[in-house]
Write a protein that binds this ligand. Structure first.
Ligand SMILES: Cc1cc2nc3c(=O)[nH]c(=O)nc-3n(C[C@H](O)[C@H](O)[C@H](O)COP(=O)(O)OP(=O)(O)OC[C@H]3O[C@@H](n4cnc5c(N)ncnc54)[C@H](O)[C@@H]3O)c2cc1C
Length: 408
């Protein structure tokens, strides 16, 4: 093994799987391995308290919750999450409700990502006795194309380098992690898409203004409302890419939200203290293949999908189920040839590309009317009207929004 000189004499250990990153993907993989008795270590850069409070997603697809439940990972979620059966588009001053449960029989769960992460950490570390190391620094994968990969990191307590020899590395460290950056040059292709717009992502300490997700399509720009809990609501406002949250004092935010989400016969928005203001430059990427040698990427490490259709965490969970099961089968002896590991990347990527395409389609619905181009305004409004004039178009939308296609 070729190690950099500064880790010539690290503290070494041996483990079957090193999981880098304790987000939804990494914690789900860790829990699956742990339940099957496969030894693993989860390495996380942040503290436990930090990851248990980091706000992000909230909308989880029903199939994903069922898959968590089959693995014993959804008990608190099923007790506390809200079920959502409809969403509403507001455009041209009117509200149009789309009851996707009536169209498909499926629904969404709304459960804040920090709560899911808290549940998964507790199950992995406190219930299943899994090894998770918080606050690690300078995580570096080594020799991933060999049969004896390893991961080194700096221990936060001692400042010493540690080296974990392993059979496989699961790269679940999100969009800015170390594992994707460590992929050997020329072995993967990264496809990127930049929407050329920004979203101001907001969290308000206020009850939701409606009982369902609202999409406001307005000539000034998109606005969205996503209930998170009875006390907290996420809002989005389209803004220029690279904009600064400082350009958005609270008065301006509420003024734009009221204007862009206005619709006759609906209650005014419920205002509250804004506890998060963050600019997202909307872009996507997909790494193909998602595996190189014994390094297997999952979740945002492998593919980022802008939060247009609330798909990123759902894809992360889908990857994690397949990866956890495939690693278990390979390491516990049910699949000694590793067929499921070979199938892992192509199987994930079919759903990934389907969700990317839907997000891109939906982006034009949200943003076309504000593009300053009358042709795009006309076609994006036509897409919207079709959802409320053609039951088949509405059903196709519902299937994609819920991720319920029989096969990807
Ligand atoms: C505002 C917003 C709203 C969203 N809403 C939704 C939604 O409603 N539904 C949905 O499905 N998705 C949504 N998403 C997307 C979703 O949050 C992500 O897709 C999801 O977090 C991906 O999970 P992950 O486990 O792959 O990565 P992450 O959650 O990013 O976890 C990666 C972990 O790795 C750690 N890490 C990073 N680098 C290192 C390193 N070098 N060493 C060790 N650890 C490291 C990080 O600290 C983190 O804990 C939203 C995203 C945003 C930003």
């Amino acid at each position: 093994m070729t190690l950099p000189p500064e880790i010539n004499s690290p503290v070494t250990e041996r483990v079957s799987v090193v999981v880098v990153g304790a987000g939804p993907a990494g914690l789900t993989v860790g829990n699956i391995l742990r339940a099957a008795g496969v030894d693993c270590v989860v390495l996380e850069r942040e503290t436990r308290a930090f990851i248990e409070h980091r706000p992000r997603a909230g909308v989880i697809e029903e199939w994903a919750v069922r898959a968590l439940d089959r693995r014993g990972l959804a008990t608190p979620l099923l007790a506390r999450a809200e079920r959502h059966t409809a969403c509403a588009f507001r455009f041209e001053g009117e509200q149009h409700r789309l009851d996707y449960h009536a169209l498909t029989g499926s629904h969404h769960y709304v459960y804040p990502q920090p709560l899911l992460v808290t549940d998964l950490v507790r199950e992995y570390a406190d219930v299943r006795g899994g090894d998770i190391r918080f606050g690690v620094r300078d995580v570096t994968p080594h020799d991933v194309e060999s049969d004896h990969p390893a991961v080194s990191y700096t221990c936060p307590d001692t400042g010493r380098r540690r080296l974990l020899h392993c059979d496989f590395v699961a790269g679940c460290d999100g969009a800015r992690g170390a594992t994707r950056a460590a992929l050997p040059a020329g072995r993967v292709r990264t496809a990127r898409h930049d929407y050329g717009i920004g979203w101001l992502a907001l969290l308000a300490e206020a009850p939701p203004s409606a009982d369902c997700v609202l999409f406001g399509v307005h000539p000034d720009g998109f606005a969205g409302q996503m209930p998170r809990s009875p006390e907290v609501t996420r809002y989005y406002l389209q803004c220029p890419p690279g904009d600064s949250p400082d350009a958005w004092p609270d008065d301006r935010i509420w003024d734009r939200l009221h204007r862009r989400l206005a619709a006759s016969g609906t209650a005014p928005l419920t205002e509250g203290r804004l506890v998060e203001k963050r600019i997202l430059d909307m872009h996507d990427y997909v790494v193909e293949p998602m595996t190189v040698g014994r390094l297997l990427l999952a979740g945002d490490a492998a593919h980022l999908v802008a939060p247009i259709a609330a798909k990123g965490m759902n894809l992360a969970l889908h990857d994690a189920f397949l990866l956890g099961d495939a690693l278990t089968a390979r390491l516990a002896g049910a699949d000694p040839d590793g067929t499921a590991l070979t199938d892992y990347s192509p199987t994930c990527l079919r759903r990934v590309w389907d969700y990317q395409e839907f997000s891109q389609w939906l982006s034009e619905v949200y943003h076309g009317a504000a593009a300053g181009d009358p042709f795009r305004t006309g076609t994006s409004l036509a897409r919207l009207r079709r959802l409320f004039t053609s039951p088949r178009a509405a059903a196709a939308f519902a299937e994609q929004y819920l991720g319920t296609a029989g096969r990807y």
